[in-house]
Design a protein. Structure first.
Length: 226
């Protein structure tokens, strides 16, 4: 005679079975689990810069306009064909720095923590657009140089979402969320800044250091929570 080990059902399984029995008894279909209005996309935001039209002309020539290399996930945003060279302290450089378009009303460079180490920068952690009192740098393009007095930052990890997505997750602009990333190198990221606009698609932006740490792949499961 072979003894069989007793198995204890998980509480969640038991609760599901009870709910299923109750709804069947009442002749009603089981309620579908709530889901986000839009699919969650998590992307690695590599080092890049945003420029004003004046900066573009100084770097690439009078009347020059950015040209599209690749459209990004957010509507109307693109990676430009144009790249430039960033010159840091002691003449350390980062070449082929991608410009993101369209042009903005301020100049800003977004780098990862390890980029700052390579350049000799101690990068301040800021939300995009908050550049007051930050470091400056020299940019070099095919037509000339442009000196930024400020604007070199490490961007806060953040999530773009529409008002509908914000309502689903129960968050408001400026609040923080958590991102759980699965896979063999899974990790959890806190202090995910919430940015809300009716034009936004649901998308998380993390930098290259964070993406490499968890080996983020297109199929990597990710979960966003308050």
């Amino acid at each position: 005679m072979v003894a069989q080990a007793s198995k204890t059902l998980h509480r969640a399984v038991v609760e599901h079975m009870v709910r299923q029995a109750v709804y069947q008894r009442l002749g009603k279909p089981l309620p579908r689990p709530a889901s986000s209005p839009n699919p969650l996309v998590v992307n690695v935001s590599a080092r890049h810069c945003h420029l004003t039209p004046e900066a573009v002309e100084a770097l690439f020539g009078k009347g020059h306009q950015l040209t599209v290399h690749k459209w990004l996930y957010q509507e109307g945003q693109f990676a430009a064909k144009e790249t430039l060279t960033l010159i840091g302290p002691r003449s350390r450089v980062i070449s082929n720095l991608r410009i993101l378009g369209p042009c903005r009303n301020l100049n800003q460079v977004e780098l990862a923590y390890t980029d700052g180490i390579a350049l000799g920068f101690e990068l301040p952690l800021r939300i995009s657009g908050d550049i007051k009192g930050t470091l400056g740098c020299m940019l070099m393009g095919p037509a000339g140089f442009f000196e930024m007095q400020e604007g070199v930052i490490r961007a806060l990890r953040h999530v773009h979402m529409s008002p509908g997505d914000a309502a689903f997750y129960g968050v408001k602009p400026g609040e923080e969320m958590k991102l759980k990333i699965g896979g063999p190198c899974g990790l959890s990221l806190d202090k995910m800044l919430v940015r809300v606009d009716k034009s936004f698609k649901l998308e998380v932006h993390i930098d290259t250091d964070e993406g490499n740490a968890c080996n983020l792949q297109p199929e990597t499961p990710c979960e966003l929570s308050k």
